[in-house]
Design a protein around this ligand. Structure first.
Ligand code: ISE
Length: 346
């Protein structure tokens, strides 16, 4: 069986996911595409190139009989409306992160999905499919180095455009860590604090405070410092060092060669997210396609999307208040449905 996919949002990530489904993975093909009216010509051109149908309206695309499953790669605020429409149409849906910026919208998605009776939503937290993070997780779970105590993380992008503003550093960028680090550690965050350094890079613009520091604490007391620096210039530089009682476990940037010359030894740094996480994205989409074919969605869930959004909301509030803000999750409404083994203590 081949899954006929309708994709909404043909921006940067939409394009790479189209290419991925057409050429890099098996079992999926893009049969319908849609974007905002201002991108009509470009979207029509993409539709023509891949032999897909052009839709001017995302809700019509979701309802179309041609479409078996939906991929949402629009701008962040449009994610929940299309996710809800896909559930309503009884279609599996892959929604890029964040599932919704507002945790209340995440609850609406969970309610609709649970009412529907089976999981339909996978959220695009691709780091759960990354070999590096997977190996760090396995080391932690082996408990060979004792308990994790501290995490030092960086999320650096070479540069961003002027549409990227201060809140996006938390809601669009750090949201990856808000999902990945609890997944790595097997426990939730309880508080967040954002510090906007007085000293900023001269490579930023007036609507973006860059860099930013985010401090998080988990239920057991593990402390995390996360640097978000999205105009760092030198590459896409993702680091995660876990300091345990008797060892340090670090994520490495995947690279397959180094150059030694003129008294120097240099290793490449990834250029951007599509390059750094290419294996993770491919595995994520193959896994999603397989789960759609099996009619059994797995992967990061709407509950994971909710937990990450509560963390980003607390961090954003802290940016406004200057205080440490607590991260208060509701109890998981259906732990079995969402495969949540650890239920929050009340
Ligand atoms: C972007 O949306 C991503 O998901 C990237 O992984 C992240 O590094 C970037 O900062 C975001 O804007």
């Amino acid at each position: 069986m081949v899954v006929n996919v309708g994709l909404i949002g043909v921006g940067a990530i939409g394009k790479v996911h189209i290419e991925r489904m057409q050429n890099r993975i098996s079992g999926a093909q893009v049969v319908a595409v849609c974007d905002l009216p201002k991108k009509e010509a470009e979207t029509k051109q993409i539709a023509k190139e891949i032999g897909a149908e052009y839709f001017s309206d995302g809700f019509e695309l979701i309802k179309s009989d041609k479409v078996d499953a939906v991929v949402i790669t629009t701008n962040d605020p449009a994610h929940p409306q299309y996710t809800l429409a896909a559930i309503e149409a009884n279609k599996h849906v892959f929604c890029e992160k964040p599932m919704a910026v507002d945790p209340a919208d995440c609850i609406k998605v969970m309610d609709a999905e649970m009412k529907h009776g089976k999981r339909l939503v996978q959220v695009g937290f691709m780091r759960a499919f990354d070999r590096g993070y997977d190996e760090v997780k396995a080391e932690l779970e082996s408990h060979k180095y004792g308990d994790p105590l501290l995490l030092h993380c960086t999320h650096r992008n070479p540069s961003v455009g002027t549409e990227y503003d201060t809140p996006m550093a938390v809601e669009n960028t750090a949201v990856h860590e808000m999902f990945t680090l609890p997944w790595l550690l097997g426990e939730n965050f309880i508080s967040a604090k954002v510090t906007l350094p007085r000293k900023q890079t001269r490579n930023t613009h007036s609507n973006l405070h860059d860099p930013q520091m985010i401090y998080l604490e988990t239920e057991s007391g593990v402390l995390v410092d996360l640097e978000v620096f999205v105009n760092c210039q030198w590459g896409y530089d993702i680091n995660c060092k876990v300091v345990c009682e008797t060892g340090e476990i670090s994520l490495l940037d995947p690279h397959y060669h180094e150059v030694k010359t003129a008294n120097q030894d240099s290793v490449p740094i990834s250029e951007d997210w599509s390059d750094r996480f290419i294996q993770a994205y491919d595995s994520e989409f193959q896994s999603w396609t397989n789960s759609v074919i099996a009619d059994k969605t797995s992967g990061p869930s709407a509950w994971d999307g909710y937990c990450a959004s509560v963390s980003t909301a607390a961090a954003s509030k802290s940016r406004e208040t200057g205080k440490t803000e607590s991260i208060n999750l509701i109890d998981c409404p259906d732990p079995e449905f969402y495969g949540v083994t650890k239920i929050k203590k009340t």
